[in-house]
Each structure stands twice: as structure tokens, then as C-alpha cells.
Design a protein around this ligand. Structure first.
Ligand code: NDP
Length: 240
């Protein structure tokens, strides 16, 4: 039977590439997003992938949104926790709101969304969960204590859930991208970006499709022996 994948933040940037790659591989795909309805409409028109708007930082909205996905597309077999934001600032200038917002959207969301699908995966004895972290969890980044904390939290979550879920044929892995060309990195000052690119051995930023390729690999039935792992995709920028 055709498996169903849910990609949070799946209508643009890395998430859109993941949604498209999963669709091309033959999965039924649902793409979640927040408020950018025009982008989501264009994405659906171009790809045929249905988009569902809800805030992944809101526990109840996740339960309602995923119930709708399951009704309209199918029970979620593959979950890609990709939605994320940045709200950068040095620690000594960071507001409580700035900290809490990023923690909520990037990390609480992973609980909110996974909680709504994990019981079904356990009952069906199959699941693939791929969580999108970041090089900035592994290496740290100035101005990103909030963001780096969420992305490092995702790695711990991945390992704990991998242990809990292994006997149920559910794998849980992290993909940690380096700097990828999306609107998120488009916000970074060009001079800073140039200095970052100078540190990347491959000599360029990554493309969203290069992250999608890894997600596809981990989502496969044949990837059942890979769990609790972090796959870093960063052009050699950071080697663990
Ligand atoms: P983009 O900013 O390009 O896209 C973000 C996506 O997440 C959009 O679809 C957006 O929806 C959605 N989103 C944001 N907040 C919420 C929310 N509260 N509820 C539901 N959906 C939400 O991001 P990227 O593609 O660059 O990044 C994707 C992931 O990869 C993020 O987790 C990011 O941290 C991570 N990452 C990115 C890197 C990069 O270099 N770009 C590097 C390392 C990690 P909407 O369109 O409605 O706003």
C-alpha cells in the first residue's frame, strides 16, 4: 500500500524539496505550513501536493491538523519534522519572547507533531521519523543561543525516541543541514554569508534538493537498521 508522508514546513525551502522528492518516489504527501497561504497555493498548483495550514507550536492545532491529514490523505507513516524559524540576537540582548518563540516553533513542535502520529505508527508497526536539525546545533553559532538550543534538543529527542520505538519498526533519525540556499539564509547579510562560504570545503552553499535526498534515503523501507543517527550534510563545513 502507498505510504503517506507528512512534511512540516513543507511548502517552501528545504521542506518543499522534501515534499517533492517524496512525491516523486511514489509516496502520498501532505505539506504543512504556517501562514504563507499564497506560497502554499502556488506550491499545490505546481505540484499537486495538498497543503495544510496550522501552527506546529500549538499542541491542539497539531492534533486537529493531523486528524485532517489522516482523513484526507492517509495515516502518517513518514513524518518529517522540518518547520523551523530563526530570531537571532546576542544572548545579552535576547528577549524572553525571542527565546520562547524559537523554542516553541522549533522544539515544542517536534513533540506536538510526533505525539499526534506516534501511537498510530506503533499500532501499525511501521514508522519513519526524520527530524531536521542544523550544523548550528553541532558547532554553535553566535547570535543563535535560542536556535542552537532547539536544534541540539532535537538530537536528544531523536535518540531517546529511537530507543523507545525500535521494536515497533519505527526509526527516528536527524538530518543536520549546513548552510542551504533558502529564504531563511537569504536573510543573512551577504558579507557574513561570503565569510561562511569561505569556510565550506565544497566552496558553496547547499541546495534544498541535497537535503531531500538524505530524507528520502532515511524514509525508505530498506532503512530499517538506521536509527538514532545524525546525518550531517554541510559540504564538509563541520565534521563530527
Ligand atoms: P524556510 O524559512 O525557507 O521555510 C520554513 C517553512 O516552515 C515554511 O514552510 C513555513 O511556513 C514553515 N513554518 C515556519 N513556522 C511554522 C509554524 N509555526 N507552523 C508551521 N509551519 C511553520 O526555512 P528553510 O527551508 O531554510 O529551513 C527548513 C528547516 O531546515 C528549518 O527547521 C531550519 O531550521 C532547518 N535548517 C535550515 C538551514 C538553511 O541553511 N536554510 C540550515 C540548517 C537547518 P510559511 O511558509 O507559512 O511561513
Amino acid at each position: 500500500m502507498t505510504k503517506t508522508a507528512l512534511v512540516t514546513g513543507g511548502t517552501r525551502g528545504i521542506g518543499a524539496s522534501i515534499s517533492i522528492a517524496l512525491q516523486k518516489a511514489g509516496y502520498k504527501v501532505a505539506a504543512n505550513y504556517a501562514t504563507n497561504h499564497d506560497v502554499a497555493k502556488t506550491f499545490t498548483a505546481e505540484t499537486g501536493i495538498k497543503a495544510f495550514s496550522w501552527d506546529v507550536g500549538d499542541f491542539d492545532a497539531c492534533a486537529t491538523g493531523i486528524a485532517k491529514v489522516e482523513e484526507e490523505i492517509g495515516a502518517v507513516d513518514i513524518l518529517v519534522n522540518n518547520a523551523g524559524i530563526t530570531w537571532d540576537g546576542m544572548m545579552h540582548k535576547m528577549s524572553a519572547e525571542q527565546w520562547q518563540k524559537v523554542i516553541n516553533v522549533n522544539l515544542n513542535s517536534v513533540f506536538n507533531v510526533t505525539r499526534a502520529v506516534i501511537e498510530g505508527m506503533r499500532a501499525r508497526n511501521f514508522g519513519r521519523v526524520v527530524n531536521i536539525s542544523s550544523i548550528n546545533a553541532q558547532a554553535g553559532q553566535m547570535g543563535q543561543t535560542n536556535y542552537s538550543a532547539t536544534k541540539a534538543g532535537i538530537m536528544g529527542f531523536t535518540k531517546a525516541l529511537a530507543r523507545e520505538s525500535a521494536r515497533k519498526n519505527i526509526t527516528v533519525n536527524t538530518v543536520a543541514p549546513g548552510y542551504i540556499e533558502t529564504e531563511m539564509t537569504g536573510k543573512i547579510d551577504q558579507k557574513i554569508l561570503d565569510s561562511i562560504i569561505a569556510q565550506i570545503p565544497v566552496g558553496r552553499m547547499g541546495h534544498p534538493e541535497e537535503i531531500a535526498r538524505a530524507v528520502l534515503f532515511l524514509a525508505a523501507d530498506e532503512a530499517g537498521f538506521i536509527t538514532g543517527e545524525t546525518l550531517s550534510i554541510n559540504g564538509g563545513h563541520h565534521m563530527e
